[in-house]
Design a protein around this ligand. Structure first.
Ligand code: PNS
Length: 162
């Protein structure tokens, strides 16, 4: 069974993340969306909120091969725990490449059994980031079309009152 893990901060999950997830679903038997419990990054959404929002979307879209979880510590250790041999990452633009190249190489150094697979973001999502969603939402702007429809209201309300 081919198991992939799609790790990230997902603070919050965007339609760009959704796009990458759909590519992963078409390639892997099982995909874990694994939320990093990044205390140091001081996320707006708690780990539980991020997990719950993504879980709700996965249930609504009946993505039976997707599991949503969170992890602490090294990603390669999480991969070992869940039996994933592939890390899934999205690339929006050349600017992402340097960072992704670096963490891809570090993960390869830490575990030669784990490979990183990259998906190009659709051109219409190349501008999109969780941080821009947070900023737009914090100022009460519309996040329509930027996050999956099923979580739009919860995310917008949460960002307004942060
Ligand atoms: O969505 P993000 O914040 O770009 O995701 C970054 C993530 C979660 C992939 C990365 O920070 C990570 O894997 N963190 C876990 C710690 C780790 O394994 N570090 C070694 C590689 S730098």
């Amino acid at each position: 069974m081919k198991i992939g893990v799609y790790p990230g901060s997902f603070d919050p999950f965007t339609v760009g993340h959704h796009d990458v997830l759909m590519h992963a679903v078409s390639l892997f038997d099982q995909v874990y969306v694994s939320v990093l419990r990044n205390v140091a990054k001081n996320p707006v959404f708690s780990t539980q909120e991020r997990v719950d929002l993504i879980r709700r979307m996965v249930e609504e879209e009946q993505l039976s091969s997707v599991k949503v979880t969170y992890f602490d510590g090294l990603l390669v250790d999480h991969c070992r725990e869940i039996g994933a041999k592939y890390i899934i990452r999205g690339l929006r633009a050349v600017t992402d490449f340097e960072y992704e190249f670096q963490i891809g190489a570090i993960n390869r150094h830490l575990s030669s059994e784990v490979h990183t697979v990259y998906f190009m973001a659709s051109p219409e999502h190349s501008f999109l980031s969780s941080s821009s969603v947070r900023e737009i939402g914090a100022y009460g702007g519309s996040i329509d079309g930027l996050v999956p429809e099923c979580m739009k209201n919860t995310v917008a309300e949460r960002l307004r009152r942060q």
